[in-house]
Design a protein around this ligand. Sequence first.
Ligand code: GAR
Length: 209
Amino acid sequence: PLRVAVLISGSGSNLQALIDAIESQQLPGVEIVLVISNKANAQGLQRALKHKLPVAYIPWKKREEAEQRISALFQLFQADLIVLAGWMRILSAGFIAQFPQRMINLHPALLPDDSSDSYTTSDGSVIPALRGLHVVERAIEAGLKVTGSTVHYVIPAVDAGPVICRAEVAIDVDETPDTLQEKLKNQEHRLIVEAVRAYAEQGRLVTSS
Ligand code: GAR
């Protein structure tokens, strides 16, 4: 089976989507072997424990130390694939380089196939590629009519790397960060499962293009 480690920082609803997909046989050959959080009180840790998954809390005081502990755990649990599902810490280039084509990230905005700063939506409008933090709020503030979510391979540049899959959502006139976050998450729960399934079926470097 494909042994997956999931990194979280918060509610873990995307982790839950993966757990549910595995338990309902929608992800054949996939197993979650470890869940790591940088927050002791992350709700996602409780979700993992409820399903008897091994969990680790790794505080993020010193990045180097934390990364060493995380990669030791990946080795110990023999993780094949690392899924960043609501992981809110930037990983060093050296750490990322240890897992080429083995780490994927879920990002709550539309990212292009290349490193360009814009993204062309399905209706042909060109919007900024929102990278970094607070992209849900920033999409509304920028007056965008559409945003979305992207699952991509992790490379040393922040929120960049070959795209596995993505999906758009409309931003309504009365949209708030909360309503938009909820719409995005609902869609992400399908998207993250789709990405892990594609990876499990096709192996490394499945991309959307
Ligand atoms: C998701 O919307 C994910 O796209 C976003 O955090 C949320 C986590 O939700 N990720 C990032 O912002 C990564 N920088 P969850 O904890 O309920 O899965």
